[in-house]
Design a protein around this ligand. Structure first.
Ligand SMILES: [Zn+2]
Length: 570
């Protein structure tokens, strides 16, 4: 490609609304354009990179025997009703109605549709199968942001495994795990595999592949010592231990005027430090009101609650509901005494004495509370969010908590979809049994953004060769100089013939502009051809990532460049 005829719309300034580095750079370097919030057009440069990411994923999928499909984006309501997700998935799903009045959904994922087709499988002899596709997905994000990291329309590779039993699923899951490891290595992404909540997919085990980044929105807990890693939605920890005094024979009420928060009570004279307080949250779980108790300095991990409490709907109660249930407002709530509500407490409160909690009377608290003696706890669960420095659940070493981007997610679904949707096969004994399934996703746009998050500098993107839109740019300093022009054309042709992706910068622009653009776009190798070099018999080769430069004798230049590029491809 010649730069003079290419559409490479680079910009001088960052887009005004961009925060994430990948968002700024992908727009400025001309890889994407926003059509509307959460929807991006991929320009030719961006599409070249996306196609390379896709090719790497496709190769690794084919290696594990996966077969490629292409399924519709638009799905009939009836199929989503069979799995129950037409109702259980909320407003994240785009829904529409056609002219005949039929309800349709824009697919946010394809478990239902692949399971529908898997119903054509008849016998265990046809298993195992792995099916996959690259397809647009839609999710009605409440607040799309960060460029390609949180969008409403995106491209995913999603694959699905179909096996006769759990052992088969384990094998398919492991094969995907290994394939994903290879994919992220080839994409130059340094990821950690973490235990995760299965969320809306259901099933019983899932692993996320997370890349550390400040642009991310997921937090993971990680143990350097033993390698334990989990999303904080799921992570466990050993909280800092606490020595409690004997406490009181029974709870004692005391006045706490103007105390509204845990911090207020910690600061008040005669109050109590946060770790000695019981935090009382009031939640609506379907039609019931429940109390959730945590240590004052702990936060509720919502997803842990969702995963452990079976409910269609779940969320904090309104202040009017709280007043009606407990007779006090937030700030003075507690679970001691007769309130008739179901109480769930975090494990870290078990055995604690001499605690302080709200008295269900505005402006009053109770001290000397013995959790097990004074509160009728119906269920002890692990509900708290892990904090930096708490003990690893496996080896007790301190955990670190980091911000990450989720770049892949794999799920063991079991029979969650095949059972209700009737995807059954005959086993060896001739009995009909549901197929055991797994599902595996990678977002292409998000991976492109993740690569930029870790491969850039002050001047722009530094693409790894594997996913660079072009591997080499041949920059002709004086295109109107016949010698420069011809040398540039010859090298461009030779590199192209050797199978390299080459861009020839033949624009009639100042050298500074050309260098700036090449750095911003992030092409891994730049060869500069100018009159002075030609007179000395050399081209200059520069590496984008390191800034390192060297002169290449013209007669061997092409071979040297081809060798360097091929060396880095993997
Ligand atoms: Zn550990």
């Amino acid at each position: 490609m010649r730069w003079s005829s290419a559409f490479i719309p680079t910009l001088r300034d960052d887009p005004a609304d961009a925060e994430a580095v990948s968002h700024k750079l992908l727009v400025r370097a001309g890889f994407v354009r926003q059509l509307m919030a959460g929807h991006y057009s991929i320009t030719p440069l961006g599409f070249r990179t996306m196609r390379k990411i896709e090719a790497i994923i496709r190769q690794e999928m084919e290696k594990i025997g996966a077969q490629e499909f292409r399924l519709p984006c638009m799905h009939p309501r009836e199929i989503w009703e069979l799995s129950g997700r037409w109702d259980s998935v909320g407003e994240e799903m785009f829904r529409l109605r056609d002219r005949k009045g039929a309800d349709l959904a824009l697919g946010m994922t394809h478990e239902e549709i692949f399971t529908h087709h898997a119903a054509e499988l008849r016998s265990y002899k046809e298993l195992p199968q792995i099916w996959y596709q690259f397809q647009s997905k839609f999710r009605d994000e409440a607040r799309p942001k960060s460029g390609l990291l949180r969008v409403r329309e995106f491209t995913m590779k999603d694959s699905y495994s179909f096996d006769i039993d759990e052992a088969g699923l384990d094998f398919a899951f492991d094969r995907h795990f290994e394939a994903y490891r290879r994919i992220f290595k080839r994409l130059s992404l340094d990821v950690v595999a973490v235990e995760a909540s299965s969320g809306v997919m259901g099933g019983n085990q899932s692993i996320e592949f997370m890349m550390q980044s400040d642009a991310g929105e997921d937090w993971i807990a990680h143990c350097e010592k033993c390698g334990y890693a989990a999303n904080v939605e799921k992570a466990q920890s050993i909280p800092s231990p606490f020595e409690d005094g004997e406490g009181l024979a029974s709870p004692e009420k005391f006045a706490t005027p103007r105390v509204k928060t845990i911090e207020d009570l910690a600061r008040m004279e005669g109050g109590a430090e946060a770790a000695r307080q019981i935090k009382t949250l009031v939640y609506r779980v379907d039609d019931r009101t429940i109390l959730i108790l945590l240590r004052g300095d702990h936060q509720l991990a919502d997803q842990k609650l969702i995963d452990q409490v079976e409910a269609e709907k779940l969320g904090p109660a309104e202040s009017t509901e709280i007043e009606a249930a407990l007779g006090a407002s937030a700030g003075s709530l507690g679970a001691v005494g007769s309130h008739g509500l179901y109480v769930i407490a975090d494990e870290s409160l078990r055995g604690r004495r001499d605690m302080v909690t709200g008295a269900n009377e505005n402006g009053f608290h109770l001290r000397g509370v013995d959790v097990e003696r004074d509160i009728d706890v119906k269920a002890w669960l692990d509900l708290r969010e892990v904090k930096e420095g708490e003990g690893c659940p496996m080896c007790q070493a301190p955990l670190s908590v980091r911000k990450t981007i989720e770049v892949g997610h794999i799920f063991k679904l079991g029979t969650k979809y095949s059972d209700p949707m009737g995807a059954l096969v005959q086993d060896e004994k001739g009995e009909s049994i549901p197929i055991v399934m797994g599902s595996y996703g990678i977002g292409l746009d998000r991976n492109m953004a993740a690569i930029v998050e870790t491969n850039h500098d002050a001047n722009g993107i530094c693409w790894p060769v594997n996913v660079a839109p072009y591997e080499v740019v041949v920059t002709v300093l004086k295109p109107k100089d016949v010698g420069c022009h011809e040398a540039g054309e010859r090298l461009y042709e030779k590199l192209g013939e050797a199978g390299l992706d080459v861009l020839l910068d033949d624009r009639d622009e100042r050298p500074g502009v050309k260098f700036k653009d090449a750095d911003l776009v992030g092409i891994p190798y730049r060869v500069t051809i100018g009159p002075k070099g030609l007179a000395d018999g050399v081209f200059e080769l520069a590496r984008r990532a390191t800034g390192e430069k060297r002169d290449l004798p013209i007669e061997h230049a092409a071979e040297t460049i081809v060798e360097a590029v091929l060396d880095e491809r993997s």
